[in-house]
Design a protein around this ligand. Sequence first.
Ligand code: APR
Ligand code: PHB
Length: 389
Amino acid sequence: MRSQVVIIGGGPSGLLLGQLLHRKGIDAVVLERKTRDYVLGRIRAGILETGFVNLMREAGVSDRLDKECFIHDGTLIADGEDMFHINFKELIGDSVVLYGQTEVTRDLYDAREAAGAETYFNVEDVVINDADSDAPFVTFTVGGETKRIDCDYVAGCDGFHGVSRQTIPLSVRKEYEKVYPFGWLGILSETPPVNEELIYSNSERGFALCSMRNANLSRYYIQCSLSDHAEDWTDAAFWEELKRRIPQEAADALVTGPSIEKSIAPLRSFVTEPMRWGRLFLCGDAAHIVPPTGAKGLNTAASDIHYLYNALVQVYEEKDAEGIDRYSEKALARIWKAERFSWWMTTLLHRFPEMNAFDLRMQQADIAFLRENRDAQKVMATNYVGLPY
Ligand code: APR
Ligand code: PHB
């Protein structure tokens, strides 16, 4: 078999790249380890930057998003009982879109199937061969049969636990990591959101976040110990703890109900450099991870896809390799700024086990400056809605 591009990973990164390339007549095969339903069963965040929404429009996959999304012009930040609004729209003239990642992935799969583009599910033993040559090829097994696809380029969109990053030799690869000493316990409940926009809350008992998916599907998180297990938390215990971590006015308005999903996610910052090795290009979680506090996971994947998509179009249409030669440099320049913002938001809003009284005063001064200073709010708004590609 032969394909111009092989995309490893059928998550949002791989699917968005595949759809964009398809619209330019560039063929790309997607290899996915799981099934479509398994991929769609993952609960992920739902804050989309304008850049991501524009990419979905460019990919011709934005009809449902444009119809069903929520526009958030700002967010609430709570420091104990004190809550203040950061108005992105008023401060910098931009907003964010709330539309679940599951729905993004669903729309992308529907578009891929409608286009008749080739996707292999339940693949195993994926190996990227000769990535540092002019003739890479990918081998894998599916349904007990071993297959080989010769290609021009490989897009490693296979997430943090995929094979693509591991294909780059350790002598070439440099990794940067920060693991946070806590996790997020999250629940999904078929209840109306406590507020129209999100509430990020720093309380003496730890961080909490009030989010949503739609008018009757809410998403809540509380900072928890890494030794916690989701099954150790009853719904009642979760709701009681959440109410103790958000301002009373929000706690009084909170509508509780049975959780339909409950899980704990660890928090880490991670980047691998370079994001290109020969004809292999890493995108999204395969190359970098952010703590979810800044809602940057999907949005950092989007800018990688933007750069790689345009680079591949440039090379196929203009025989110009400038874009692919600069891919890693351009992608990393934006990734590191998103990593910094996500680290800053995490440091601002969580109680770290090792914090002493001075550290707490520093955190409180940081929040007070954000509450009182318009320029500080503009800096946060500029990063939250997304830096330019
Ligand atoms: N072969 C084929 N597919 C693989 C392999 C492999 N060896 N390893 C992993 N995969 C698949 C996974 O099953 C998954 O569907 O690659 C896909 C990677 O998808 P994501 O992990 O969602 O990563 P990405 O597409 O970059 O999306 C980033 O997902 O984790 C969130 O916060 C993150 O929102 C961000 C988004
Ligand atoms: C979510 O809705 O799951 C969500 C929103 C904002 C974040 C993280 C997660 O920063």
